[in-house]
Unconditional design. Structure first.
Length: 652
């Protein structure tokens, strides 16, 4: 048969350009594609040989072989799979969008054949598209192939310029050898990516194709010194070169084994090797789902949170595999942001190898798998909280902030994350002996008369304990949630209520205590405020824009003053969080509350009787406000000025 020249199918060249620049994000991916095609071809001969052993031609040792040649600037990928006829070459390679595997799978399904050793769903798809990814690195591709059971071999060749040639040739064994004549940028020591370097190729196989089920082999040239009779190197002797054929891939991924056959030590070693960790994981989740969508997931909770977990440079996401072939690292579309700490992988035959991050975002299968993974993780955490409190509290110390961020984020996402996470939240409380408390535990400990869930925010337990606002609640033996993280109060704002009980900051508005004693105190406070309307008005006028209001307090016991925030705006903690994020526009409305039973209130009344423009009265107002600021952990705008006023008053 003379050499035939064929034009590609209409628009194939445009499709090729689009594929190279849009589907594939890095050029090294071509090796994964060609190895996957070779594995696919071996799958096919394996299946066909079940009913026709003659096709094997006395060769049932399946393998894929890489042959880099630095002298000729070529890289060959050879397999002893099913091979192709002339017509199949045209059909599977000449048409870029044609899938030989897809057609084979359909024929197999029509025949209703099945075998445990090889499932049709494990075949690699889209042969044509994967094959053409090689033109990203090759200026010419040559394919020599012989179909199992046929005598005639064929040679296919193209420079990707719109045409290809086919001619008869000789090939001793069945299978296919694809030879890439590499472009100048992809060979030689000065190339950024040298695809004739055996160690470079070994690394790519480990990265993308380590779990392909057939051995991927390559010859290494080893240089070593000759040995003496005792097996020691002979110093100064010229090194001897020898060939060593190595298998580059491990072939069976851990996650494909039955869970019952895997030891904890195997999971731990796999985790440490894959994610370059030195500690064993805190938790391992290994699940296999079958049905409409099939997938296997292997997920890990790290022992400790990475230092940059909440920084922009942290790369969350899971690894994706399709039939044990690596597709993508750091896929962010599987798990919600609040589970960014989870590491692991998902392997599904429903994933296409030829997929971009943009296509993943629209993938129905990915969304279903993602929801299932999220539910599995949350159920694991619920069981841990119920059955192993010590372990859960360790988890909470490392990753609780992520869950709280998830609660806060749900305010804007419109999803049901709040209901998923609210029972997993833990808080320190004023009842230190009880340790951390869930909201359910707090509710169960509430007296029947308590109508609200009270909380206080501060940098640490000591700071909250010293707040004047705590005095009344401590006296009434009411437990208070301690919010010690900046995100805590944002999460509480998102929750709003739990089991019908509203959350209430002890530093905001009326505490809403409805017992007889509180009502009596409230009435006394109202009477005192009415009798001191002029004083309150002048204090507010003296402080100006520093405060939104001044009130007589019914929550203070021994302290002279305190600051509370308006119920409708941000709290002081939120104000500080916004300031730390370089967004100082959100300011809390400050309300100064004064204890009418403190001796300083009497002194203030006396000074006020001398007139509101009295300098001493203004100094007292300023110092009381500064005292309230300091109690809240905030500094005055002009510390030096305040220090001078204190010195002046002390000298009188």
């Amino acid at each position: 048969m003379p050499r035939e020249t064929h034009e590609f199918q209409a628009e194939t060249k445009q499709l090729l350009d689009l594929m190279i620049h849009s589907i594939y994000t890095n050029r090294e991916i071509f090796l994964r594609e060609l190895v996957s095609n070779a594995s696919d071809a071996i799958d096919k001969i394996h299946f066909e040989s079940l009913t026709n052993k003659d096709l094997l031609e006395n060769d049932d040792s399946y393998e894929i072989f890489l042959i880099p040649d630095a002298d000729t600037h070529t890289l060959s990928i050879s397999d002893n799979g099913i091979g192709m006829t002339r017509d199949e070459l045209i059909e599977n390679i000449g048409t870029i969008a044609k899938s030989g595997t897809k057609a084979f799978l359909q024929r197999m399904m029509d025949a209703k054949k099945d075998d445990d050793a090889i499932s049709g769903k494990e075949l690699i798809g889209q042969f044509g598209v994967g094959f053409y990814s090689a033109f990203m690195v090759a200026e010419k591709i040559t394919v020599i192939t012989r179909k199992a059971g046929e005598k005639q071999a064929f040679k296919w060749e193209s420079a990707g310029d719109g045409s290809y040639t086919i001619e008869e040739c000789d090939k001793e064994k069945r299978g296919t050898t694809i030879t890439l004549t590499l472009s100048a940028d992809f060979y030689g020591d000065k190339a950024e990516e040298n695809f004739t370097d055996t160690y470079k190729l070994e690394g790519l196989i480990k990265k993308y194709s380590d779990y392909v089920r057939y051995p991927i082999k390559m010859n290494f040239v080893i240089e070593e010194a000759p040995k003496d009779d005792e097996g020691k190197d002979i110093e100064g002797a010229e090194k001897i070169k020898r060939d060593e054929i190595r298998t580059l891939n491990s072939m069976q991924p851990l996650w494909s084994k039955n869970k019952s056959d895997i030891k904890a030590e195997e999971y731990n070693e796999f985790y440490k090797n894959l994610f370059h960790e030195w500690e064993e994981p805190m938790e391992v989740l290994h699940n296999k789902a079958e049905g409409t969508i099939e997938y296997t997931s292997l997920l890990f909770f790290p022992a400790h949170a990475p230092f940059n977990l909440y920084h922009t440079d942290y790369q969350p996401g899971l690894q994706l595999y399709s039939r044990h072939v690596f597709i993508m690292d750091n896929c962010k579309d599987l798990l919600p942001e609040y589970l960014r700490f989870v590491k692991g992988l998902v392997d599904s035959p429903d994933f296409s190898l030829n997929i971009s991050r943009e296509l993943l975002q629209q993938s129905r299968e990915l969304k279903i798998i993602g929801r299932n993974l999220e539910n599995s993780i949350l159920k694991t955490l619920q069981r841990m909280l119920k059955n192993n409190r010590e372990k859960y509290e360790k988890f909470w110390a490392e990753f609780g902030k992520s869950l709280k961020i998830g609660v806060y984020g749900s305010m804007y996402s419109g999803n049901d994350t709040i209901n998923k996470l609210k029972d997993l939240l833990l808080f320190a409380t004023s009842n230190e002996d009880k340790g951390l408390a869930s909201l359910k535990e707090y509710i169960e400990r509430m007296p029947e008369s308590q109508k609200k869930i009270y909380y206080a925010a501060g940098k640490d337990r000591k700071a909250i304990d010293s707040l004047p606002q705590m005095e009344l609640l401590r006296e009434k033996n009411i437990e208070v949630l301690y919010l010690l993280d900046n995100v805590d109060e944002f999460a509480i704002e998102a929750l709003r209520e739990y089991e019908g009980k509203q959350f209430h900051s002890i530093s905001r508005g009326d505490l809403g205590l409805d017992d007889v004693e509180s009502q009596q105190t409230k009435k006394e406070t109202e009477d005192i405020a009415k009798n001191n309307e002029g004083l309150i008005k002048d204090i507010k006028e003296s402080l100006g824009e520093k405060v939104a209001d001044v009130k007589i307090s019914n929550r203070l016991k021994s302290s002279a003053v305190c600051l509370v925030a308006d119920e409708q705006g941000p709290s002081f903690t939120m104000e500080q969080a916004f300031a730390d994020a370089n967004n100082p526009m959100f300011k809390a409305k400050r309300i100064l509350e004064i204890n009418p039973h403190h001796e300083l209130f009497g002194r203030l009344q006396s000074v006020h009787e001398q007139g509101k423009d009295n300098a001493q009265f203004k100094d007292y107002c300023e110092l009381l406000y500064t005292q309230a600021l300091l109690i809240e952990g905030m500094l005055p705008e002009n510390p030096a000025e305040i220090a001078n006023k204190i010195a002046s008053l002390m000298s009188k």
